[in-house]
Design a binder for this molecule. Structure first.
Ligand code: HEC
Ligand code: HEC
Length: 444
């Protein structure tokens, strides 16, 4: 082999190794984006179509390609993927003045709105839409300032946590006045079809069951626009949406300004006249087959397998998780219904680590904004599957409904209210046991 050939061979083999290493990393980066095995050819087509609609940027109407027009008139971001990159969670801005790129702020005024839901703000509606299409003023700017919060663990150690304070500016439709706000990050979209397929009766039964540590757990009862009745809520940070399909239609309207059969009206309030007069991208802008495709896509994503841990380590983590009382809310096992939208979703045992119920998690995390039956202190138990992949998928960390927790440990330290006993036990563990418990959580 000449020197030239040798260098070439080395380069090729290093190239091969590099390609391999990149494969490993992309492997994990795509962990929330893989279809369930066994899709038929038709289903693959449906999946791919839904994925494009999820990833594409929408444009203002009228546009040459009517498949992608209808953005706004008021909206937050151009695409679903903007707040759910690689189907992962969004992160909050780190500094004052930085834009909210993957989160939004829900708004309401005291009292109840239609069907017992939040009462929309008369001028700004139920969600702050920073953006408007040309000719329609966006609602303004909202940014976050992080307030340090000192926390002393049972062990005597100290941590500085942070809590967000909202600042509104450049308000285009008058003062906000007395308003209730709820900043929320985009959620990780893991196992959506499976969580959708857990029977409502399972949630009602779990809510009714006696639980240790003073844990209660309630079902949210929300208005279902497709069924025209109140039903069990399960999606959103307050279990404030009835089904995956309704959640998606709600996101199209609220976040992108795209109407559908479920939400035929643009989200313009009575004072937003330019919004009311803006051209439409169709009636509705998203047709049923498109909504079905996005629903199919998100429903048929396979949850990532747990990351392997050495057997002893796994056992220790499981024991600590249970002993602390985490598993009372973060249920290690849930079963989907025997009949579901597709056979792949039926009769499956899920290690989602949630009960999908609402819990009062204390004043520190309270937003003070009721959402149907959920009080200002209640949140849905966040599913923990895939949570350890956050760093890779979202390229940073941010846990809890507003992304305030910069580490899994911080997320646990914010637990209070019904989760107080569990948190105190966690804080009483040795540093080594705490680390082992968190490694277990990160491996799920
Ligand atoms: C501006 C950011 C943003 C955009 C854009 C956005 N989302 Fe979301 N998404 C969120 C937030 C915030 C939540 C939690 C909502 C809540 O608590 O009410 C959420 C929740 C969800 C959930 C429920 C997850 C769960 O575990 O309950 C689904 C499904 C979802 N979004 C799908 C979509 C789809 C589909 C689109 C595009 C039509 C979209 N999102 C666009 C921010 C966003
Ligand atoms: C009383 C029910 C309850 C108990 C007990 C409980 N949690 Fe939670 N947990 C919740 C709720 C509700 C949330 C969502 C809070 C929010 O979004 O602000 C949550 C959120 C989390 C998160 C953040 C997940 C994410 O996606 O952002 C982690 C991590 C977590 N819990 C771990 C634990 C651990 C570890 C324990 C035991 C020490 C525990 N939890 C005990 C109810 C509980």
């Amino acid at each position: 082999m000449s020197h030239g050939q040798w260098v070439l061979a080395l380069a090729l083999s290093l190239g091969g190794m590099a390609a391999h290493a990149v494969d490993g990393a992309t492997g994990e980066r795509e962990a929330f984006s893989r279809p369930m095995p066994g899709l038929s050819e038709d289903e693959r087509g449906q999946f791919t179509r839904g994925r494009s609609l999820f990833n594409q940027s929408w444009v203002a109407a009228p546009a040459r390609d009517s498949e992608v027009d209808g953005l706004g008139p008021l909206y937050n971001r151009l695409a679903c993927v903007s707040c759910h990159a690689r189907n992962g969670r969004g992160l909050p801005p780190q500094r004052l003045g930085e834009r909210m790129l993957a989160m939004l702020v829900r708004l309401s005024v005291p009292g109840q709105g239609p069907h017992g839901g939040p009462r929309p703000h008369p001028a700004y509606g139920d969600q702050f839409n920073e953006e408007g299409i040309p000719g329609v003023p966006g609602e303004g700017r909202v940014s976050l300032r992080w307030r340090p919060v000192e926390h002393r663990l049972v062990s005597g150690e100290r941590r500085t946590l942070r809590a967000p304070q909202l600042r509104f500016a450049e308000l285009a439709y008058g003062p906000l006045g007395q308003v209730l706000t709820s900043p929320r990050v985009g959620q990780q979209l893991v196992g959506m079809g499976l969580l959708d397929a857990v029977p409502a009766d399972t949630l009602l039964a779990r809510a009714a069951q006696a639980k240790p540590d003073g844990v209660r757990g309630r079902v949210n009862q929300v208005w279902s626009v497709s069924q025209s009745q109140h039903t069990v809520g399960r999606f959103g940070h307050k279990a404030n949406m009835a089904s995956l399909r309704e959640q998606i239609a709600g996101a199209f309207l609220g976040d992108l300004g795209i109407t559908s059969a479920l939400h035929p009206q643009e989200n313009c309030t009575s004072v937003q006249t330019a919004c009311q007069q803006a051209p439409s991208g169709g009636a509705p802008e998203l047709d049923d087959s498109q909504l079905d495709a996005v629903t199919f896509y998100l429903a048929q994503l396979e949850p990532p397998a747990p990351r392997p841990l050495p057997a002893a380590e796994l056992r220790r983590g499981q024991v600590l998780f249970a002993r602390a009382g985490c598993a009372v809310c973060h249920l290690p096992s849930l079963r989907t219904a025997a009949q579901a939208a597709t056979p792949r979703l039926a009769g499956r045992e899920l290690a989602a680590y949630t009960d999908l119920l609402l819990h009062d998690i204390g004043p520190g995390l309270a937003d003070g904004r009721p959402d149907f039956a959920a009080s200002g202190r209640e949140w849905r138990t966040a599913p923990l599957w895939g949570v350890g992949l956050t760093r890779i998928i979202s390229e940073g960390e941010g846990y809890l409904h507003d992304g305030r927790a910069r580490t899994l440990e911080e997320a646990v330290l914010w637990h209070d209210g019904e989760a107080r006993r569990a948190r105190l036990r966690f804080e009483g563990f040795s540093a080594a046991d705490r680390a082992a418990l968190l490694r277990f959580v990160a491996s799920r």
